[in-house]
Design a protein around this ligand. Sequence first.
Ligand SMILES: *Cc1c(COP(=O)(O)O)cnc(C)c1O
Length: 384
Amino acid sequence: MRKDFLVFGSPLIGEEEIKEVVDSLRSGWIGTGPKVAKFEKMFREYKGVPFAVALNSCTAALHLSLLAIGLKPGDEVITTTMTFCASVNAIIHAKATPVFVDCQRDTMNVDPREIEKNITHKTRAILPVHFAGRPCDMDAIMDIAKKHKLKVIEDCAHAIEAEYKGNKTGTFGDLACFSFYVTKNIITGEGGMVITLHEEYADTIKVLGLHGMSRDAWKRFSDDGYKHYQVVYPGFKYNMMDLQASIGIHQLKKVQANWKKRKAIWSAYNKAFKDMPVETPAPVEGNTKHAFHLYTILVDKEKTGISRDAFLDAMTLENIGVGVHYRSILTHPYYQQTFKLNPEDYPNSYYIGERTVSLPFSAKLTDKDVNDVIEAVRRVLGKG
Ligand SMILES: *Cc1c(COP(=O)(O)O)cnc(C)c1O
């Protein structure tokens, strides 16, 4: 058995990132400054979009994106039951009402037919999540949005590298949000980004993200001399620091190299688990690029003899860190009680949520780590 514990989602950080952080510390400019501006520029170029605003999380990015489209209380935003709570909380904090639709059983992405069924005269936006890095069916979603005049905000927290029919995720909707949290495909510790094709959204988000101060208030202490700022809205404290951008600049340079490493791990896992009684991820759809953020297996007690939760414990005893992404949103008491919903009415996300296990899948994994994970799964299932 493996001797040291393999931490789930531990990021790959190089000397470049470390040197850049130290450079910021020595420069004395730690907060929002030139490195944030550089990271935003690199991100714009990576995605081929005119506007990018760096923030301190994807949750902040989702919140401000939903505010930017001008939602009013009672407006409805349709999202998926197979996502992280932040996608839903952002809708609630924008004072709109989340409307939940089930995911597809195989892709785990939101089912466009379910979106259409749930549209009412109050629907204003769709918030799809490119789950695990697999791009959603954006043709279908954008057709629905166009037909019903809805805004689309893409939750790209898992999907920085993903592409759909030759176009990059995040370039379909009105706005798109990215996460650089420690377990994500590129990391800044905590961090997020909004991209958009629309200047007015970018301007609004920049202002809302820094106390509601008028544009470029962060420059007020620069060597151009002190400048007064004006507060134009009661905003939020969501700006990214140069310390974070220092990491992001170098992470973004390595995004493709690290993607290739995870792609190889994906293939190794697929091959190893083919003959085991667990369900592996659906194949990557043609004409798409999967971002390979999560590698999930479904552990069904009827097939394996071991329950998902017992499997999680057994893997931990094998010194392999595991995750669950996610239990259906509606298994959480707040959403269940507030919106009077039953998780079993969302059978696909409920089925997945009670069986899914995320295996270690970071670009940091060595061949031996990957082999240790495979051996541990084999042993744990053998016990089942
Ligand atoms: C991680 C995640 C978020 C939130 O990202 P933070 O940067 O941690 O705020 C939002 N949506 C999804 C789908 C996520 O996985």
